[in-house]
Design a protein around this ligand. Structure first.
Ligand code: MG
Length: 239
């Protein structure tokens, strides 16, 4: 497929275009997986949060991980992280591994828990109308494409680059190159909710970026909503 791209918007996925039940985060997921597996459990995301601050591929974005570019290899690296968090909550090791697998099944099911933000489809449609092509660049799980398709986003997004397929996590320069080298746009902007991975990482490479939904003083451009992104892009084009 040859795609001629003039103006490209590179979108982060999680926390920018979509979210899981209003909360982005694996700690919430681990508590949710218990709802079916251990009815009556007393845990919340707070139980697991301290145990999930390390061990995922995106916690070391400076390290490439080509050895994890196959779904089972990727999950084999993350499974012990999830199971240790369950062990820390008091579950026996064998049960903790079962719960880790339940959390995986829950996370990759686009029908359960995932939702687009209300402004996502309208903003992307208007931006398409205005001549922008959309790509997703995400630090995510190997099943990102099925989640994106399940949310109906695959019809408006021309290209997806997922770190679990490329082996590079944002803000690694090669993560950005995975999109730019494939599409060779005349102009590109990055939009995302993570100031380090999405905004500072892109700008380091000369890609202008907009922080969305989670303000941070380190970002030069910020918008609460994707309509705000449209305004910033409009201004930039006029300028
Ligand atoms: Mg995000």
């Amino acid at each position: 497929m040859t795609l001629t791209v003039d103006r490209l918007l590179i979108w982060d996925f999680d926390g920018t275009l979509a979210h899981r039940r209003g909360e982005t985060g694996w700690s919430i997921l681990l508590a949710e997986a218990l709802d079916a597996e251990e009815p009556g459990h007393a845990h919340s995301g707070d139980t697991f949060r301290p145990h999930l601050r390390d061990g995922f591929p995106w916690h070391q974005p400076e390290v490439a991980h080509p050895e994890l570019c196959e779904p089972e290899a990727w999950w084999a690296s993350v499974r012990p992280v999830l199971s240790r968090a369950y062990e820390a909550a008091g579950y026996a090791p064998a049960r903790a591994l079962e719960l880790a697998d339940a959390a995986r099944r829950l996370y990759v099911d686009p029908q359960v828990g995932w939702a687009l933000f209300d402004d996502t489809l309208p903003a992307l449609a208007r931006l398409t109308e205005a001549g922008w092509t959309h790509a997703i660049l995400s630090n995510h799980v190997p099943e990102l494409r099925q989640i994106v398709a399940g949310l109906g986003l695959d019809e408006v997004v021309a290209f997806i680059s997922c770190s679990a397929e490329t082996g590079y996590e944002k803000p690694h320069a090669q993560a950005y190159a995975s999109v730019l080298d494939a599409l060779r746009p005349a102009e590109a902007w990055m939009v995302g909710d993570n100031v380090v991975a999405d905004v500072l990482g892109a700008e380091e490479l000369g890609i202008p970026a907009v922080l969305v939904r989670r303000p941070d003083p380190r970002a030069a451009r910020y918008a609460d909503t994707l309509a705000g992104v449209e305004r910033l892009l409009g201004d930039a084009v006029v300028a």
